[in-house]
Design a protein around this ligand. Sequence first.
Ligand SMILES: [Zn+2]
Length: 259
Amino acid sequence: MVIDSHCHLPHKKYPKDLAQVISDAQAAGVGKFISVGTSLSENLHVLDVAERYPDVYCALAIYPHEDRDQTLDTLRQELARQLKMSTKIVAVGECGLDITEWEGGRYAQDQIDLFEMQLALAIEHKLPLILHNRGGDDLVFDILKPYVAQGLSGVAHCFSSDQEVAQRYLDFNFYLSFSAMITYKGRETLRSVAAWAPLDRILVETDAPYLPPQHLRGQINEPKNVVEVAKKLAEIRKVDYETVAEATYSNTVKLFNLH
Ligand SMILES: [Zn+2]
């Protein structure tokens, strides 16, 4: 059994209904799912799914470029209220920095303010963090540092950087989550990190409906494909599938306090 530590359920991109997406994943060997919200409205859908499916847990947050029409105060109040809505909520996420050419997206300083607001909520609610970080490595560590000192833990979701960055996350008590990016052509550096990372600090995820494995690129990804991620990780690490499946399962249970 494996856990998809990061997927988006529901999402309108799936070409089949949610019950089918979940049962196909279960048939493939996926035991639990962490479904991740990205905006105040999406968080409510995510909560609804987690309430309806026993094996689906959830994380709530505001993605760096979402809900730009609301003030930071409103976002704080609403997210704080949502975080009390269910015992299936196991993390704050995904949130962080996305320093890309996102059309009409938030400026860096506004992203930092939004991120810090959510870090404070993670501490307050004693929840781990699911971190989204694109293009902000040094900055992310500067921002995280005081919260890590207060006991924050979490996961670098869709880890895609090098060993030096990976080590900094490990030093911050974070886990590294590997996606199907480890199957992509030209990602040798990432595969070398996947081979090197300590077995007790790694998770697997799909980020479905995004990031399908190499042979399915251009298609809609599904949580069932987390099995392929774990298989590839086992191949890279030269261990059997069960070793990776069991370790990532128990690491995910431990980080998110699943029961
Ligand atoms: Zn995601």
